[in-house]
Design a protein around this ligand. Sequence first.
Ligand code: PLP
Length: 445
Amino acid sequence: SPASRDKAFVLHPYTNLKAHETQGPMIIDRGQGVRVYDDSGKEYIEGLASLWCVSLGWGQERLVEAAARQMRKLATYHTFTHKSHEPMIDLAEALLKLAPVPMSKVFFANSGSEANDTVIKIIWYYNNALGRPEKKKILSRLKAYHGVTVATASLTGLPNNHRDFDLPIARIQHLDCPHHYRFAEPGETEEQFATRLAENLEAHILAEGPDTVAAMFAEPIMGAGGVIIPPETYFAKIQPILKKYDVLLIADEVICGFGRTGNFWGSETVGMQPDILTCAKQLSSGYLPISAVMVNEKVYQAMVAESEKIGIFGHGFTYSAHPVAAAVALETLKIYEDMDMLNHVRSVSPRFLERLTALGDHPLIGEARGIGLIGAVELVADKETKTPFEPAGMAGAKVNALGHEQGVITRAMGDRIAFCPPLVIGTDDIDEMFDRFTRALDAAI
Ligand code: PLP
């Protein structure tokens, strides 16, 4: 059977490999709209849009057509050493027009990890260009998710991405996670919490030496770490400190970009003014792998000077701006415009947030949090004391599995369960998704 052949042949990402030998796979066979169907024909609402990416849902014929058209015309070509093609040029122009702050140039890669990995190299190249060989440390945050390559897994602030992989690498440092519910001191307001985190950031930069700190990565809303929404004034407080010590700010918009938080960019939602921005996932509605890095003029000019000096910007992927992926991404952006996607998100998100926050009354849930069309619930053993379940992650896995039985796919990240449905979801399906999830929660008590 396909299940036994899966067990025989496949090494699965992000999986307990031993458990998989007995449990086996969940085989998803097809998708339509916000629903997917497994190989037995069972139907699920995809409450996480695959992995935070299928903004337009399944079965978007315009994307299929865009891919087929480009495949017939120029199925593949590289972009090294002055080679180019129109899908890449058009997509770069479109992204620069959409950027939340003035950006100068776009570099393409194939995944969020590759985009962020590229940025780490750009940051080091930039500081070498400016004659600052010591200014190389990069700041990230506990519970951040920036990818799984050697360098980006190091940026990621989650133990499972470091443990037994001998990570993080040197020069990457993790600071406070801006999650008030978990990390505020007793009685501390959101405002006071944000102030304390900003003070910690400045103290850290001073202790390390400002001449050694190059950049800080931040997701506007932290996704895989548990959908963590920072205090309202958090970025307003930390950005002046970064500016003061000439530390670049990188917005990782891999999940937040393209309408997810109710604005086109998460940076707009939280007031970030990044020097560099990365995006992926909803850039192509997840139909083909593509990601982008946008750099501002200051960064670009230093890169130009360095490439002239040493003869090359020696970085790029065989499939940087793969023409079929670029064509699909361009068509995705056109569909967002044609469907007035942002207004759709703004019109349905109040219902999404109403149903999500209502889950906060459930005895198993300590906090229900969300913004736009992304959110999470945090399962706790005791609501009063916020005591987590033991062992960590068991409750999340159980509720998630019960959700599958009820026909809703969500994602458990430890004992936090995330919702991030396709952006095209309507209010009826939002209700159906939460009805199914509530039945799963009730079954877990
Ligand atoms: N950055 C963020 C914020 C992400 O959520 C992810 C993946 O979920 C990545 C980077 C890594 O992207 P990829 O899995 O495409 O390498």
